[in-house]
Design a protein around this ligand. Structure first.
Ligand code: PLP
Length: 394
């Protein structure tokens, strides 16, 4: 194996770069997790998370990855035999549906082409036709990390309201929280699912559910057997031990504290603007490479391109794994793989979390050099295009 020197560029769409401040905050001995100091510390975290989710509801923390938070959302609000509608944003919508299916939930996929955002009108039409209100929930992925496309959550809520449909709205913000504007209460979201290792800049291992009063009432009446995921258990005000159903993931929570402080220092609007700027510079580089005829941005409509991750389609004559392998082995740069039905015809560049301009220039340079080494035709000048975009976008 070749020795790799210099910085590793982790440009995967999760996990993302962990700032040293977060790592250092975790570099400490364990503490008594039911002692008063840690209990107070935890209670403040639960409060501060509401600001990030933009909700007056409750936020639950699981020692789990995003899949755990997915399962929590499903088992609390739905029962075997219930029907749900899942707009097909891409691979993550399908993965969530496979999980729901295993839990006995009947899934209807609202088909879409993986190259465009969900059309809220399609949701309205389908819910309007469900006059018996058999559909109990809409499961929406805000930014589908497989396709690099962000859908309009407020638009889907408006469509549900226009159809006068009572289904719950469950939104997966795992790849969008803190990269993209998101407003749980204002947009009428009943359950928000998130995880720590993307925009929140944490090591993997924390999952979150933001829960409003309507979802809590549904959970309360829901007879699905559950224990570890049960929101009611975790919200028992008299027994803090139950808040984590056992030992609290202390060190991840120390990291979370530091991340939330960093987020407050930068300001959410500045964070969203930074992600917008950096993502648009990546898109500009891809549009430049596309002139060679072998590559293109998977997201057809520029406004639907995500702030978090970009999926690049590669002509099927070429193997995107080769690009990733050269980036990894020669340039110490980690990229994302293709997913689902575009597994062999795409790769992804993640650009979320603790990231700045030179990291983007380095990444684009590494990818462009890999394209050259792979013999894939491309329009030269990706870094120049990125610089032009960055200066144009302030
Ligand atoms: C990463 C991701 C997941 C899965 O999260 P894990 O922590 O890997 O379980 C789910 N949904 C979206 C949109 C994601 O980006």
């Amino acid at each position: 194996m070749t020795v790799k020197r210099g910085w590793n560029f982790l440009q995967t769409p999760g996990p993302t770069n962990i700032p040293f401040r977060v790592l250092n905050a975790m570099n400490r001995p364990a503490v008594e997790f039911l002692g008063p100091d840690f209990v107070d510390f935890s209670k403040q975290l639960f409060v501060d998370l509401k600001t990030v989710f933009k909700t007056d509801g409750d936020v639950i923390i699981y020692a789990a990855n995003g899949h755990g938070a997915w399962e929590a959302a499903l088992t609390n609000t739905l029962a075997p035999g219930d029907k749900v509608l899942i707009p097909e944003t891409g691979r993550f919508a399908l993965s969530w549906s496979y999980m729901a299916d295993k839990l006995g939930i009947e899934c209807e996929i609202l088909e879409n082409d993986w190259r465009h955002a969900i059309d809220p009108a399609d949701v309205e039409a389908r819910l309007g036709a469900d006059t018996g209100h058999e559909i109990k929930a809409v499961l929406l992925v805000h930014t589908d990390t497989g396709t690099g496309i962000t859908s309009d959550v407020a638009g889907v809520r408006a469509a549900m309201d226009a159809a006068k449909h009572p289904a719950l709205l469950l939104v997966d913000t795992i790849a969008s929280l803190l990269t993209t504007d998101y407003r749980m209460d204002e947009w009428g979201v009943d359950v928000t699912i998130a995880a720590g290792q993307k925009g929140l800049m944490l090591p993997p291992g924390l999952g979150f559910c933001g829960v409003n009063a309507k979802a809590l009432a549904v959970a309360d009446a829901n007879r699905t057997p559950r224990n570890y995921w049960d929101w009611r258990e975790r919200m028992d005000p008299n027994e803090f031990y139950k808040a984590f159903c056992g030992t609290a993931p202390e060190h991840l929570m120390f990291g979370l504290r530091e991340a939330l402080d960093m987020i407050a220092e930068e300001g959410e609007d500045a964070i969203f603007a930074r992600h917008f700027r950096l993502s648009r510079s990546v898109h500009a580089a891809i549009d430049c490479w596309a002139e060679g005829g072998a590559l293109e941005n998977n997201a057809v409509i520029p406004e639907q391109r995500s702030n978090s991750v970009t999926t690049i389609r590669v002509d099927e004559k070429y193997n995107p794994m080769d690009i990733r392998e050269i980036c990894r082995e020669r340039f110490n740069t980690g990229l994302g793989n293709g997913m689902g039905k575009i597994i062999n015809t795409s790769f992804r560049i993640g650009h979320m979390g603790d990231l700045n301009e030179p990291m983007i220039f380095g990444t684009i340079g590494a990818v462009e050099a890999s394209l050259k080494l792979c013999g894939i035709p491309y329009g030269a000048g990706g870094v120049e295009a990125a610089i032009a975009s960055l200066t144009a976008n302030g």
